[in-house]
Ligand binder design. Sequence first.
Ligand SMILES: CC(C)(COP(=O)(O)OP(=O)(O)OC[C@H]1O[C@@H](n2cnc3c(N)ncnc32)[C@H](O)[C@@H]1OP(=O)(O)O)[C@@H](O)C(=O)NCCC(=O)NCCS
Length: 168
Amino acid sequence: MKSFTIRRAKTSDVRSIRDLVRPLAEDRVLLEKEAVAYYENLQEFFVAEDSDGNVIGCGGLHVMWEDIAEVRTLATNTDWRGHGVGHRLLQKLLLEARELGVSRVFCLTFEVDFFLRNGFSVMAEQSAVDPEVYSELLRSTDEGVAEFLDLARVKPNTLGNTRMITHF
Ligand SMILES: CC(C)(COP(=O)(O)OP(=O)(O)OC[C@H]1O[C@@H](n2cnc3c(N)ncnc32)[C@H](O)[C@@H]1OP(=O)(O)O)[C@@H](O)C(=O)NCCC(=O)NCCS
């Protein structure tokens, strides 16, 4: 069995994270970000590393409000898919969410079966927040938050994605 470890991301991982994300962003599976955004949001990220120290997966947890965060940029190198990398990364992000005091984690994804198997369910209602929080979140400049709110301007990016959520 191939072995790997999960750890917090370092600045030196940004290049590898971007290499993982680029082809998925080209296929519109993930949202591409500017390099500076990866450095600025580095503390949100965990990576999976193989025994030679290569980054083979990544994932981020973006806190949006007191009780809610989003799993974003979860990706496993194609050579490593189906070995539990995504599962372990997601477990780490959910643990992080608990430690930060969040009780709900959202994701917007094409990988519905994977998230179902990892405790998420498809959102019954489109909106997960009350109108007051919704109006506060509208002040965010973050594209992922705009996607969470399902704003018209980002709809072309989210076409075909499923909105999913897990509660602790
Ligand atoms: C979603 C994604 C991260 C999953 O990564 P992964 O590393 O292949 O995930 P896992 O290996 O944990 O699980 C994949 C499958 O392998 C199987 N598996 C899990 N652990 C395993 C193990 N130790 N050995 C063999 N198979 C295993 C699981 O049954 C799972 O099946 P499922 O996908 O039908 O649920 C990956 O498909 C990906 O990068 N997708 C593109 C980006 C994306 O859409 N991200 C989500 C939105 S942020």
